[in-house]
Design a protein around this ligand. Structure first.
Ligand code: HEM
Length: 418
C-alpha cells in the first residue's frame, strides 16, 4: 500500500506539475499570440481595427515546402500558373514555404510597395545560400543600412554621369556594329549569345577600362572612380564588381532578346519602331552628326517597346526580403524571421491593372504613367542603379537592328555591310 500510495502521490505530483506548466505555457503562448496579432503597431485600437493575421495558405511538405512546384512551374510554358492557382484560392497575399523558409507571397502591388520601401529595421534582402556564396558577403545585395545607401548612390551616379553614358554609347555602337557585320544571311543568329558578348565588352570597358592601356601593366580600374574618396575594402569593391557584371551581362541581353521576340510577333509595333529609328537616322545624317545618348533616349516609341518588354518579360520575377520583426501591412501579419516574396510578375500581368495583359501592346505606355504598379527594377532604396544603362544599351541595340535588318520568320539585311 505504501508503495502504491507513494506511486499515487508521485503521479499526482507529476500531474499537478504538468497541469501548472501547461497552464503557464498556455498563458505565455496566448500572450505571444495576442501580441503577434497586434503586429508591430502597439498603438492599434483593437476595438475598431480589423484583426490581423498571417495570410492564408499552406506550408507544403516539411523542409522543401512548395519549392519544387514553384520551380517546376517557373520553367514551364505558363510560369505564373502556380502563383495564380494559390492567388485564386487564398487571395493576393498568401503564405507558402519556398527556398527553405516560410514565406509570405505578395502579388498585391500595395503590399509589395510597402515592403520594397521599408528600411533594414523591418526587412533585409534574403537570397538562397548558393547565391550568397557566389556574390560574396560584401555584395550590395547583402549589405544594409548606411553602407548600402553609400554604395548604391555611388553606383547610381557613376552610371548616370554623362561622361560614362557618352563612352557607353560609343562602345555599344562599335561592338553592336562589329557583331552585326559578321551575321550572314544563311546563318542562324542566336540573339542572346550575340548580345551577351556585346554587353560584356561594353561593361568591362566601362568598369575596368581594360582597353585604356597598352602592354601588360595592371589596368587602372575604372571602378576606383566610382569609389574615389571612399574608404572601402578590396573585398567590398571586388564583390560589387561581380554584382554589376551579373545583371549587366545577363539581364540586359535577356531584355534585348525578349524585345526582338515580342516585336517579331507584332508587325505593327515593329513597323512603328523601324519608322521612328529610320527618321532619327535620316535627321542626324542631314545634320552630319553622330547619334548621342540623348538622341537614343529621345526615341519615345522605342522606350515604350522597352517598357512593354519589361512588363511582359519579367526578367526579375520578384525579390525576397526577410522580416526583422513582426510587420503588419494592410492587415496582414508578416512574422519576424519569415520571408516575403514580392512577386512582380502577377502584378505586371494583372488584368485589373493592365488591359489585355498578355498582349504585347507598347502603345499602352503613351498614356500610362509608370506608377508604383510597374516595378521591373524593384523600388525603394534598392531600386536598381543600372536603370539608365539597361535602357540605353537596349535602345542602341534595337536601333541598329531595325535599321539594318527586316525580320519575320527570317532575318534579312537591308543595308550593305560597311
Ligand atoms: C533589364 C535589366 C535589369 C533588371 C530587370 C534589373 C532588375 C533589378 C531589380 C529588380 C533589383 C532590385 C533588387 C532588390 O530590390 O533587392 C536590382 C538591383 C540591382 N541591380 Fe539590376 N537589373 C537590371 C540591370 C542591371 C544593370 C545593367 C546593372 C549594373 C550594371 C544592375 C545593377 C544592380 C545593382 C547593383 C542592384 C542592387 C541595388 C541595391 O541592392 O542597392 N542591374 N536589379
Amino acid at each position: 500500500m505504501d508503495n502504491l500510495f507513494i506511486q499515487f502521490s508521485c503521479s499526482t505530483t507529476v500531474t499537478l506539475t504538468t497541469v501548472v506548466v501547461l497552464f503557464l505555457s498556455t498563458i505565455v503562448l496566448l500572450k505571444k499570440y495576442c501580441k503577434r496579432r497586434d503586429g508591430s503597431s502597439s498603438s492599434r485600437n483593437t476595438a475598431t481595427s480589423p484583426p490581423i493575421s498571417i495570410p492564408l495558405g499552406t506550408l507544403g511538405w516539411p523542409f522543401i515546402g512548395e519549392t519544387i512546384e514553384f520551380i517546376t512551374c517557373a520553367y514551364s510554358d505558363c510560369p505564373e500558373s502556380f502563383m495564380d492557382k494559390l492567388r485564386r484560392v487564398y487571395g493576393k497575399v498568401f503564405k507558402s514555404h519556398v527556398f527553405g523558409s516560410p514565406t509570405i507571397v505578395s502579388t498585391d502591388a500595395d503590399v509589395s510597395r510597402v515592403v520594397l520601401q521599408s528600411d533594414s529595421k523591418n526587412f533585409i534582402p534574403s537570397y538562397p545560400r548558393s547565391l550568397t556564396e557566389l556574390i560574396g558577403k560584401s555584395s550590395i545585395l547583402l549589405i544594409n543600412g548606411n553602407l548600402q545607401k553609400r554604395i548604391h548612390g555611388l553606383i547610381g551616379s557613376f552610371f548616370k554621369s554623362s561622361h560614362i553614358k557618352a563612352q557607353i554609347t560609343l562602345d555599344m555602337q562599335k561592338y553592336v556594329q562589329e557583331s552585326m557585320a559578321l551575321w550572314r544571311d544563311d546563318q542562324l543568329i542566336y540573339i542572346q549569345d550575340e548580345t551577351k558578348n556585346v554587353a560584356f565588352h561594353v561593361l568591362v570597358k566601362a568598369l575596368i577600362s581594360l582597353r585604356s592601356r597598352k602592354g601588360n601593366a595592371i589596368p587602372e580600374t575604372r571602378i576606383s572612380t566610382i569609389y574615389r574618396g571612399e574608404q572601402l575594402t578590396v573585398d567590398l569593391i571586388s564583390d560589387n564588381m561581380t554584382d554589376l557584371m551579373i545583371p549587366g551581362e545577363d539581364s540586359v541581353p535577356v531584355l534585348m532578346t525578349l524585345a526582338v521576340k515580342y516585336l517579331s510577333d507584332c508587325p505593327r509595333a515593329l513597323h512603328q519602331l523601324m519608322e521612328e529609328n529610320m527618321n532619327l537616322k535620316r535627321e542626324k545624317a542631314v545634320l552630319g552628326e553622330p547619334l548621342s545618348w540623348s538622341d537614343y533616349m529621345s526615341l519615345s516609341f522605342t522606350q515604350n517597346v522597352i517598357s512593354e518588354t519589361l512588363r511582359m518579360g519579367n526578367i526579375v520575377t520578384g525579390v525576397i526580403r526577410k522580416a526583422m520583426r513582426d510587420v503588419e501591412i494592410k492587415g496582414y501579419l508578416i512574422p519576424k524571421g519569415w520571408c516575403v516574396f514580392t512577386y512582380f510578375r502577377s502584378v505586371h500581368l494583372d488584368e485589373n491593372l493592365y488591359e489585355w495583359p498578355y498582349q504585347f501592346y507598347p502603345w499602352r505606355w503613351q498614356e500610362k504613367e509608370m506608377g508604383c504598379n510597374f516595378t521591373p527594377f524593384g523600388g525603394g532604396q534598392r531600386l536598381r542603379p543600372g536603370v539608365d544603362l539597361a535602357r540605353l544599351e537596349t535602345t542602341i541595340f534595337l536601333h541598329h537592328f531595325v535599321i539594318q535588318f527586316r525580320f519575320g520568320p527570317e532575318l534579312r539585311r537591308t543595308v550593305p555591310i560597311h
